[in-house]
Design a binder for this molecule. Structure first.
Ligand code: UDP
Ligand code: GLC
Length: 382
């Protein structure tokens, strides 16, 4: 099967890391076309996946954009669309992995006659997108996509509520390779020593720094946690959220938490860092479409506390394989962290159960098999 994968980002966000694993079985026959250069391209190359940067011109539309900028950007992307049409003619499928890739892929699919698949990584609601953006996405998907792969039931439900077609939409969770998350105790010790967190109870937060990911909630919670609790933030502002980063640093200063918070920036040793934590916190204040970090924490055998909304609710069963807290509620979060500090035995049982369960439920081979079967049905119908 020859697939032209399209993704707008040059940076490795969750949607891109998910795509990396989906593409691997297609490496010999397929191509990933990116609309920006960057570390994601390097990552694909390291994994021997053919990749081409199709444009380096920034497409000036954001999740909040209105009709005017949406239309204006169309002119800007015409050369890109033309290029994608030429390339697509050599492939069986166009697989759009992000919203801008959907716009380009939909028009290219219409003109070339190559069927379009859309991997929906977002909750298409007004909490995340402008009305214009939603309308454009839903219209293009309904008109041009043969198949929608939703990353969670929550994403699927929001899509249908916004007017998306239910009959072409299938939920497939992100897949993971469980053995990548098994980390030697010596490595864990080394990291804890390097970070100077040996004797502390360490809460890890793994996410790009962005207001809706709610890092500020964890900082507020920390002020109400026991003295031996420290927090590490792993991740960077990937999409220009520099103001938010400044605010986070100021908040830490204002609360006098400088010695209990570390910002580690973007890292590519997530399993090792997660394994060095006592607990992983997820604090999104808008519904999380899926939440890779939640599953990754489980695979590392770490207790996870997640914000009760969106896909997170499908991943975590409160008190069984992790904990759920009300989004945007730092007191509740602090309470759970303090409970953890006191009752380690019960926590470890929950984390161990989560690890075993997640390694079956999100097994990468099985997920890839499911996706391949879905793609085959699209090809056989065309
Ligand atoms: N991640 C990473 N390095 C970092 C921070 C995060 O590789 O410094 C990874 C993380 O392990 C996860 C992904 O980025 O696989 C984030 O995906 P998630 O679904 O949690 O959130 P998104 O950013 O896609 O909304
Ligand atoms: C998006 C979503 C995130 C999800 C990831 C992979 O980036 O924000 O929740 O886990 O895609 O599907």
């Amino acid at each position: 099967m020859k697939v032209l994968f399209l993704d707008q980002s040059g940076k490795p966000g969750g949607a891109e890391l998910c795509l990396l694993d989906i593409v691997k079985p297609f490496a010999n026959t397929s191509l990933v076309g990116l609309f920006a250069d960057g570390d994601f391209k390097k990552l694909l190359e390291t994994n021997h996946i053919p990749v081409q940067v199709l444009t380096t011109q920034a497409i000036k539309v954001s999740k909040e954009s209105g009709l005017f900028s949406a239309v204006a950007s169309l002119g800007q992307i015409l050369p890109l669309i033309y290029q994608v049409i030429q390339i697509a003619r050599k492939y069986d499928l166009i697989y759009a992995n992000t919203q801008k890739a959907l716009v380009v892929g939909a028009i290219a699919s219409f003109i070339s006659g190559v069927p379009l698949v859309y991997h929906l990584h977002d909750i298409l609601s007004l909490e995340h997108f402008s009305q214009t953006n939603l309308q454009v996405a839903i219209t293009l998907i309904n008109k041009f996509a043969s198949l929608v792969i939703a990353n969670s039931q929550a994403s699927k439900t929001a899509f249908i509520q916004a007017g998306g077609k239910a009959n072409i939409t299938h939920v497939v969770y992100n897949g993971f390779e469980p053995k990548n998350y098994q980390v030697e105790e010596t490595e864990v010790k080394k990291i804890r020593e390097e970070l100077g967190i040996n004797d502390n109870f360490v809460v890890g937060h793994f996410s790009r720094l962005s207001p809706w990911k709610g890092q500020h909630i964890l900082i507020t919670a920390l002020a109400n946690c026991r003295e031996n609790v420290t927090v590490i933030f792993v991740g960077d502002a990937l999409f220009g959220e520099d103001e938010y980063v400044k605010k986070l640093h100021q908040q830490v200063k204002d609360l006098g938490l400088e010695n209990r918070v570390k910002f580690l920036g973007f890292r590519d040793d997530i399993p090792q860092l997660m394994s060095a934590c006592d607990l992983v916190a997820h604090t999104s204040i808008a519904p999380e479409p899926f939440g890779r970090v939640i599953v990754e924490a489980m695979l590392c055998g770490k207790p996870v506390v997640a914000a009760k909304a969106g896909g997170a609710v499908e991943l975590v069963e409160d008190g069984i394989n992790g904990f759920l807290v009300t989004p945007n509620n730092s007191e509740e979060l602090a309470q759970i962290i303090n409970n953890y500090v006191e009752d380690k035995v019960n926590i470890l049982e929950i984390a161990n159960h989560a690890r075993i369960n997640a390694s079956h439920r999100f097994n990468g081979d099985f997920i890839n098999y499911k996706i391949q079967e879905l793609l085959k049905t699209v090809i056989s119908k065309n």
